[in-house]
Design a binder for this molecule. Structure first.
Ligand code: COA
Length: 257
């Protein structure tokens, strides 16, 4: 247990907050474990959307450098280090995960965004992955995922040059969805999360699973989608959506999932 990560649930939205502001939210092993546990639990409880947030001005300064030296993690080694447990839990999270970045997003603070479903940031946010500057290398698929999002030469600004991107560049290059004002930032992200949480939960889960499914033959994908579409057409969720349309009211998916 660590109090450096807090977990709160409001209206089926779980907020996992990195809360170590005196160290700019640098992440230690117990903090990764707490985050991993909260993500894993979200798959089995009534959480519909997860937000990962930080402290004002510091989303995360990345891995705690002392921790790195004390216990250098070996991803894919014999034991699963807490950081890998966390990243695996993030990739395996069946519910949508939204990153709320207000301030520094260094190292894994930026890498983790590549595995979230939506990401928002304040104007003062700075994104950087200074791995090569630290004589290290890109992590958790970022050498593949980031070039896929922004293109190889642009990814190399972050992954080779260790550039610092401001929020506007991060938005322009599709690392984040939007830059939102600092004032009321978390409320605004929570509102987006609640909007998503109000949707049909099985439909949301299936859509996320499809979006994150590895690339495949397009016909195979169409057939796979078709099976899910057909099954959703027979679902109580769809019945509620269609009935609400006929009755000219908003659908109520609160009783599902
Ligand atoms: N690991 C351990 N401690 C860290 C840390 C990290 N990744 N990032 C910041 N801290 C600590 C600092 O040591 C300092 O502690 P102290 O007050 O006990 O001396 C405190 O957080 C505040 O950091 P400081 O450097 O004074 O703040 P700043 O606003 O001037 O700079 C950063 C913030 C994030 C730019 C700078 O701290 C930094 O470059 N940190 C290292 C980032 C990094 O390399 N992360 C790993 C990537 S793999």
């Amino acid at each position: 247990m660590t109090e450096l990560v807090t977990v709160t649930d409001t209206n089926r939205v779980r907020t996992i907050r990195i809360n170590r502001p005196d160290k700019k939210n640098a992440l230690t092993r117990p903090m990764y474990t707490a985050m991993a546990d909260a993500l894993k639990a979200a798959n089995g409880d009534e959480t519909r959307v997860v937000i990962i947030a930080g402290a004002p001005g510091a989303f995360s300064a990345g891995n705690d450098l002392m921790d790195f030296m004390e216990a250098p993690p070996h991803i894919g080694g014999d034991e699963t280090p807490p950081v890998e447990d966390f990243m695996r839990a993030l990739l395996a999270c069946e519910k949508p995960v939204i990153a709320a970045v207000d301030g520094l997003a260094v190292g894994i603070g930026t890498t983790l965004l590549l595995h979230c479903d939506l990401a928002y940031a304040t104007p003062r946010s700075v994104f950087t992955t200074p791995f090569v500057n630290l004589a290290l290398a890109p992590e958790y698929g970022s050498s593949q995922v980031l070039p896929g999002i922004v293109g190889r030469v642009v990814a190399s600004e972050l992954l080779l040059l260790g550039a610092k991107w401001d929020a506007a560049r991060a938005e322009a290059k599709h690392l984040i969805n939007a830059v939102l004002a600092e004032e009321g930032f978390e409320d605004a992200v929570h509102k987006i999360a609640e909007e998503l949480a109000a949707k049909a939960p099985a439909a949301v889960k299936e859509a996320k699973a499809l979006i994150t499914r590895p690339e495949e033959d397009l016909h195979a994908r169409i057939v796979h989608e078709g099976g899910i579409f057909a099954s959703q057409l027979r679902s109580e969720e769809f019945k509620e959506a269609a009935t609400a349309f006929m009755e000219r009211r908003a659908p109520d998916f609160s009783k599902f999932g």
